[in-house]
Design a protein around this ligand. Structure first.
Ligand code: C2O
Ligand code: CU
Ligand code: CU
Length: 481
């Protein structure tokens, strides 16, 4: 097949990322007076925030506008991006577990859009897909309103032409805090993404490279952390940091380790995991999140650079070279002695499957004569299966078996409901956690327990390489009472 011979060329093109100096930080907030961190430690990474328009303690009401705004990613060459609130990424939305979140959303983009609240257990009509609502036309508005049932690290993005719209800059993080959680370090939100922008600041079109772009997944050559190129933050020996990381890229996977330092996994998509896990590296497929704990150890030599590493989702003979992502400089503040991490982070109720088993094969097949291959689930593209959704019943826990018969990785994402991984190729995972997005390797078999709580309606599941969802790897799920 001709497309295989194009792979190395594409990988080479993807690897031709050029490094650019950091972008100046926006207005910095006030550091917490009790924080042991060096002054301004996270300034180069601070995200914009939104004013809470509702004085009630248990309601967070924000106004959010999607609009084209000029953002300087390439120094001196501003790029017109599609933004939430004029910033890249969009503003950080912070609330507490149990709060009601109200988002008065205004669309000032040149085309229709919606907002999907990735990972949140919202009512079906608030899910922001085209199954849930009519796209919000240019000039129109929509009010999203739902309760935040779970603490954790989430994100929001459009669900209309999502690869193009996310690629143009529409994504933001949403953090739901829980005062019942033990203190786990000073929060550092990290929105990882990439941008297809050239040296003149010109943005590539969302359909760049046509079918090839869809099939391989569009990766931008400029790596971003909270919208900045290679930011530098400060760290103090011993002062614990709690990283909340989201991979908000259309297609790029992120993997990193931190040389000379120990990363500890605290949480995944659906909040804290059962017990902290020391991990050699973190890998996040598009859509996935992680919470990490890092207590900087003394650095023998200079700053610590965190590099993007290639998880090699194409399974090429050789992956791409690492690239710098961000750096922290360890200050000479006296080492801080903080409390030890609690051993138990969370008690998860047992996952007991009491419903039917459903199997989903992520696959590809020939497209129309003369056109490239298409992607699908169980033999059907989204267009072919949309009229006949999969069914599930509220109050049950189903066993979902997910396999991948293609030659490349796909991150499987389910809207609106968490799942727990029961086994990967027959083996139980090392710790218990709640997920909504999970990478599936070629030929792998995942067994997931999916609990359907009482939120009936039409939902979706799809590959979170957004180009793949567009190429057909998406399906509908009808949850009934
Ligand atoms: Cu981030 Cu359909 O999802
Ligand atoms: Cu989602
Ligand atoms: Cu995919």
């Amino acid at each position: 097949m001709h497309l295989r011979s194009n792979l190395p060329g594409l990988a080479l093109a993807l690897a031709l990322a050029c490094a650019r100096p950091p972008v100046p930080p926006p207005d910095a907030g006030e550091p917490s007076p009790t924080s042991p961190q060096p002054e301004g430690w996270d300034e180069p990474l601070r995200l914009s925030t939104l004013e809470d328009l509702d004085p009630a303690a248990d309601t967070v009401h924000v106004a959010l506008t999607a609009r084209v705004a000029s953002v300087e990613v390439v120094p001196g060459k501003p790029t017109p991006l599609w933004t939430y609130g004029g910033s890249l990424p969009g503003p950080l939305i912070r609330a507490k577990k149990g709060d009601t979140l109200v988002v008065s959303f205004q669309n000032e983009l040149p085309e229709a859009t919606t907002i999907h609240w990735h990972g949140l257990r919202v009512p079906a009509e608030m899910d922001g897909t085209e199954a849930a609502q009519k796209p919000i036309q240019p000039g129109a508005s929509f009010e999203y309103r739902f309760q935040l049932l779970d603490s954790g690290t989430y994100w929001y993005h459009p669900h209309v032409r999502s690869s193009a719209q996310v690629g143009y800059g529409l994504y933001g993080m949403l953090v739901v805090e829980d005062s019942a959680e033990p203190p786990l370090g000073d929060a550092l939100p990290l929105v990882l993404s990439d941008l297809s922008v050239d040296a003149e600041g010109k943005l590539a079109p969302g359909d760049e490279s046509g079918w090839f772009g869809d099939y391989f997944g569009r990766e931008g050559a400029t790596l971003l952390v909270n919208g900045r190129v290679r930011p530098v933050l400060k760290a103090r020996v011993g002062a614990p940091q709690r990283w909340r990381v989201v991979n908000a890229s259309r297609a790029r996977y992120f993997r990193f380790s931190v040389e000379g330092q120990q990363l500890i996994l605290l949480g995944t998509d659906g909040g804290l995991i059962s017990a902290a896990q020391a991990i050699p590296q973190l890998t996040l497929a598009p859509g996935e999140r992680a919470e990490l704990f890092l207590r900087p150890k003394p650095q023998a030599q200079g700053p610590v650079t965190v590099n993007w590493e290639d998880p090699n989702r194409f399974h090429l003979p050789q992956g791409r070279n690492p690239e710098p992502l961000f750096t922290f400089e360890v200050t000479d503040d006296p080492p801080y002695a903080g409390p030890a991490l609690p051993t138990v982070l969370r008690t998860l109720p047992p996952a007991t499957v009491d419903g039917p088993t459903q199997s989903f094969e992520l696959m590809e097949k020939a497209g129309a004569p003369g056109a490239g291959a298409v992607l699908g689930i169980n033999g059907k593209t989204f267009a072919e299966s949309a009229g006949s959704p999969v069914h599930a019943r509220v109050g049950t826990t189903e066993l979902w078996e997910v396999t991948n018969s293609t030659l490349y990785d796909h991150p499987f994402h389910l809207h609106g409901f968490f799942f727990e991984v029961l086994s990967v190729d027959g083996k139980p995972p090392a710790y218990r956690s709640l997920k909504d997005t999970l990478n599936v390797l070629p030929k792998q078999r995942l067994q997931l327990a999916v609990h359907f709580d009482d939120r009936p309606g039409m939902w979706m599941f799809h590959c979170h390489i957004l180009d793949h969802a567009d190429l057909g790897m998406m399906a509908m799920l009808m949850v009934m009472r």
